[in-house]
Every structure is written in C-alpha cells, then in structure tokens.
Write a protein that binds this ligand. Structure first.
Ligand SMILES: Nc1ncnc2c1ncn2[C@@H]1O[C@H](COP(=O)(O)OP(=O)(O)OP(=O)(O)O)[C@@H](O)[C@H]1O
Length: 346
C-alpha cells in the first residue's frame, strides 16, 4: 500500500469519443489509476491503444465518456481552467502554438497561471524560468524564435515551459519522440530526479520501452482493445504481462535482457560456458547467426569463454576439434566454415 495521497486519481474512468448523437467509440476503461507524489510513471502501449486519448482526458482537454478525474482530490470538471493550470501542465506531441515567440518568451508564458495575463514577473517567477531553461539545456537558445528550432530543440523548450508552470502534476505525450539517444537518456534522468526532488507526479507516454523499463517507478500498460495493467516495471516483466501486451506479429520479449528479440530462435544448438558481458555479446552474435542456446553440455557445438583480456577469449569445441578465436568475427567465420554447422538454406 502506498502511504501518500494521490495527486491525480481516476475513478471508473471511461475514455473515448462521441461520434454522433447515439454513437460512441469506447477506447479504454473503466480505469482506476493513481499518480503519487515523487513518482515517474510511463504510459506504454501499442499504436492506437489510447495513450494520447488518456492524456487529453486527464488534462481536461476532452471529456470522459463516464467516470471521474480528480486532482488533489477535486474533480477536474469542477475547477476553472486557471485553477487547473496551476495544478497540471501538459505537453502534447507536435503542438506548437507560438512559433513567432522567442524561447525565453514561450517559457515565460508557463508562469502566467501564477501571475495572471497582466501580472509582472517577480523575482521568484524569473528564477523559476531560468531554472527551467537550465534544467532542459535550452538557455543557450533563449533568444531564438521557436519557429527556427529543430524538432528536438523545440521539444525540450516545450518541456521547459511545462517546468516553468511548476505544477504538482506534469503530463508529457511522447516527450522523447524527436530526441537523439543522449538527449533521451538525459531527459528520462532529469524527469526522474525532478519527480524525486520536488515530489511532483510525472506521467509520460512513450514507445521507448527499454528506457521506460529502467526509469519508471510505475508503468501503466494499455494493451489495445481496452485492456490495461499497472505495476512496477520489473513485476510486469516477470509476470509476462509486459510481453503479452506487445505479443503481436511474432514479437518475443527476452525477460533475461529486457529486450525484444529480432531474430527467431535458431535450430542449431550451441552450449555456451561463461558469464558477464563477454557471454552476453557472444550470445547475441550466435543468436543472430541462427544458433539456439542450450544447457546440454554435449551439444554438437560448445563454446568456452576466457575472462583474461588480450588472450584468445573464445574456444570452440566441435567434431572433436578445439579451436581458439581472437574475436567474435573470427569465431563466426570459423563456424560458417565447419561442415554440418552452416546455416540452413532458404
Ligand atoms: N478524434 C477522434 N475521433 C474518433 N476516434 C479517435 C479520435 N482520435 C483518436 N481516435 C481513435 O482512438 C484510438 C486511440 O487513439 P490514441 O491516439 O489515443 O492512441 P495512442 O495510443 O496515443 O496511439 P499512438 O501510439 O499511435 O500515438 C484509436 O483507435 C484512434 O483511431
């Protein structure tokens, strides 16, 4: 049981669209979800599962089909837009309203729920804006017009604006979509630290499964067809729930490595002796080559690993022959040349 009171909570929330007078498209629900202070929650699910619909409904941008969303225990339908803007900020995918403003002006706009449209920025407001620019690494282009930024730069600026709004709940729809790998990792680290240090609740939707599994305190998993699960990411992986949500088109999730398997299981058995990074990367290469790892020590092919750097670190045993190899490339070239071990045709 969580001890803290949720910052955001849903009760029997049904999300979807009203298409005509009597026609509704039910996307998911009833959903009973809770966002707690200090938590980074990742919303995951295949295309069309309903992640954006849920984000927009939580933010009050579209009405629920039924049920309730509460922020700090008040129903969002009962608060004014200005009150809601002091409690919740949202950054949607590709939504840029203000291309003509400078970055500094756009981020400063984040303060208006606190100051009012005619309000002047006090020293605290200015500090919050500068801190938002600093935290997102966007201070360097503070004077540039938003329209001149790259997609990734603009995405960071939109996050800076949400940080300047300084709300207890932050919702981010695919905030990593346009970012390169170092920026994606930095963003997840920043959001995790921010949630912990400021006790905000941050919900982000993403297709970055590996980053989400590492960074999220909780995962909300939407399977499509209205099904959903929540939990600590490791519990969802170990129970098979995570794999089941993405088990389409023959995709297999490897619990041991936390990755989706690109190569179908091979038919040629190999027994690999060793552990650690050397074994991990050797296994990856063998799987790509069409081998299947077996625990049978008398498999037709056996590979032993030596830990000492500089030596020939792979020793293969096949058809009564032992052979040392200095690299994975060397090992694979040898395996391709051994009669009876070559990959099946077709
Ligand atoms: N304005 C709309 N009217 C009716 N149906 C809609 C509308 N917008 C989205 N949908 C449908 O609602 C479902 C959920 O869409 P949503 O955009 O929330 O999914 P998502 O999980 O965010 O997908 P993605 O990962 O592709 O961004 C989809 O079937 C979609 O076609």
């Amino acid at each position: 049981m969580m001890a803290s009171t949720p910052l955001l909570e849903t009760q029997a929330l049904v999300i979807g669209y009203t298409l005509g007078r009597a026609e509704q498209r039910h996307v998911a629900g009833p959903l009973n979800l809770a966002l707690h202070p200090g938590d980074l929650v990742c919303l995951l699910g295949p295309n069309g599962a309903g992640k954006s619909t849920l984000m927009r409904t939580l933010a009050g941008l579209q009405p629920p089909l039924s049920g309730h969303v509460q922020i700090e225990q008040v129903d969002t339908q009962r608060v004014t837009a200005a009150e809601l803007a002091r409690k919740l900020s949202i950054v949607l995918t590709d939504r840029v309203e203000a291309g003509n403003l400078t970055v500094q002006e756009l981020v400063t706009l984040g303060r208006y729920p606190h100051t009012g449209w005619l309000g002047n920025l006090n020293a605290h407001d200015q500090t919050v804006v500068q801190e938002a620019l600093r935290a997102t690494n966007t201070a360097q282009f503070a004077a540039r017009r938003v329209a001149t930024l790259s997609d990734g730069e603009r995405q960071k600026v939109m996050l800076a604006r949400a940080l300047a709004q300084d709300t207890p709940v932050i919702l981010l729809d695919e905030p990593t979509a346009h970012l390169d790998l170092p920026n994606r990792v930095q963003l997840m680290r920043l959001l995790h630290q921010l949630a912990r240090q400021t006790q905000k609740a941050i919900l982000l939707s993403t297709h970055e499964l590996d980053l989400a599994l590492q960074a999220a305190d909780q995962v909300w998993l939407m399977h499509g067809q209205g099904q959903w699960h929540t939990g600590v990411p490791e519990d969802l992986v170990l129970s098979g729930t995570f794999e089941a949500a993405f088990a389409r088109d023959g995709l297999a999730f490897d619990q041991a490595t936390g990755t989706f398997v690109i190569h179908e299981a091979g038919t040629r058995a190999v027994h690999l002796e060793g552990s650690g990074p050397l074994a991990f990367w050797t296994r990856r290469a063998l799987q790509r080559e069409g081998f299947k790892l077996t625990t049978e020590p008398d498999a037709a092919l056996r590979i032993a690993l030596r830990e000492q750097a500089g030596a020939d670190r792979w020793v293969s045993y096949t058809a009564g022959q032992a052979r040392a190899h200095h690299s994975i490339a060397d090992l694979l070239a040898y395996l391709r040349s051994v009669p009876g071990l070559e990959a099946p045709q077709g």
